[in-house]
Design a protein around this ligand. Sequence first.
Ligand code: PLP
Length: 427
Amino acid sequence: MKRDRSLALFETAGNLFPGGVNSPVRAFKAVGGKPVFMARAKGAYLWDADDNRYIDFMASWGPMILGHADPDVHAAIVESAAMGTTFGASTEREILLGEEIRRLYPSMERLRFVSSGTEATMSALRLARGFTGRNKIIKTEGAYHGHADMLLVAAGSGVATLGLPGSAGVTASSVADSLVVPFNNLAALEAMFEANKNEVACLILEAVPGNMGLVEPHPGYLEGTRTLCDKYGALLIFDEVITGFRVGLHGAQGRYGIRPDLTCLGKIVGGGLPVGAYGGRADIMAQIAPEGPVYQAGTLSGNPLAMAAGLATVKKLNLALYERLDVLGARLEAGLNTAILDSAVAARVQRLGSAFTLFFTRTKVVDFATAKQADSAKFGRFFHGMLDRGIYLPPAQLEAGFISAVHTETEIDALIAAAREVLPTLA
Ligand SMILES: *Cc1c(COP(=O)(O)O)cnc(C)c1O
C-alpha cells in the first residue's frame, strides 16, 4: 500500500503541530510507524490521502455509530448550517435533543450541553464538589475521563499508551484530592472511602472501561459502587462518553440497571460534531449557574449544528439496531477467537455489544494491571498487518474498536480474514 501523500502531509504537519497531530493518540506512537491522513469517508469505509480504502473499525474513537456521512445526519447538518451556525442564544433544537436524552436516560432529570467529553466530566466534578461541599474525588486506575487536570492521574487512553504516570504541567495540588482505586475491586474502594470519611465528593467511573481496552465490570461491581457511594455520602458519576448509546440504547446504566447521580455523555450524542452533556438528579443540577453557585459556561455550548447532528443520530437509534450490532459483534468475536486458536498466538478478544479489544495476553483483562500485561509490541505488528490489508483499527491496544450500523457480514468477515493472515506471523 503506497502512502506517499500521507507521509508528506505528516512531515509538514510535524512543523506545525506537536507530534504532527492535534490529539496525541492519532500519532501512532503506540504501534510505531507513521500515521495515515484521511481524506474522506462514507458508510463503513475510509479513504486516505493516497486514496487507499480501509474498513473503519475505529468510528472516530466512538461517535460514528451510524457510519460516516449518514444521509439523515448530513441533511440535518446542511439544513442547520443554512440557517446560521451559532447565535449565542438558546434554540429549540437544544430542547429537542435534551428531551430525547432524558427519555433514554431517565436518571438525567436535568442536563447541560457542553462541547466535549472533557468539559462534561470536568463540569460534573466541579458540580459534585459544589453540591457535597467535599473536595476529594475517586477515580479508577486506567480510566480516561478527558484531560482536565484533576483527572490526569493513572489515566488510560493516550496517557497510558505513551506510558506517562500522569502529565507534566499538572501541579501536585491539583491532583492531591484525586484518589485512585483499581477497577472491579470493591474492597479497595471501600477502604478508600473509609480512609477518607466525609471527604469524598464523588466516584467517577467508566462503568464499562474502554480506555484501557474493553473491560467488563464483574457481576455486582457496579451495584457495589452504588451502595458504597450511598453509604459514604458521595455522588456516583457514570462517565458514559463512550458507553452512552454504545453498549445499548440506554448506555451502561440501562444495561446494568444502575441509576447514577450524574452522567456524562459525549461522542455518539454529537453525531460526529463536538458535543458533550452532563446531567442527573434535579436537586444536584439546580446548583449550576445561573440557578445555583457552581459556574459553568460555553460560547458554543448547545451549538445548533451540533444539536442537529446529535438529534438526527439519536433518533435513528433503536433496540433492533443494538440487537443487530450484537449479532455482528458475536460474529467478529467468534471469528477472531478461531483465528487466535488456529494461530496459537497468546491473545484474547474482549467484547461487549459492538465494542471490542484484541489483547495480546491469555489472562482475562479485568483492570489496569492486567491490561498492562498485554504485549503492546505484538499489537503494533498486528495493527500494521491489518492496516496494510485495509482494516483500520484503533492505533493502540489499550483502546476499544467499534462496529457501526453500516457494517455487514462482509466487512466483519474481511476483518477476520485479514486477522487469519496476520496472526500466524506473530506466533
Ligand atoms: C473520549 C472520552 C472522554 C473525553 O471526551 P473528549 O470529547 O475527547 O474531550 C471522556 N471520557 C471518556 C470515557 C472518553 O472515552
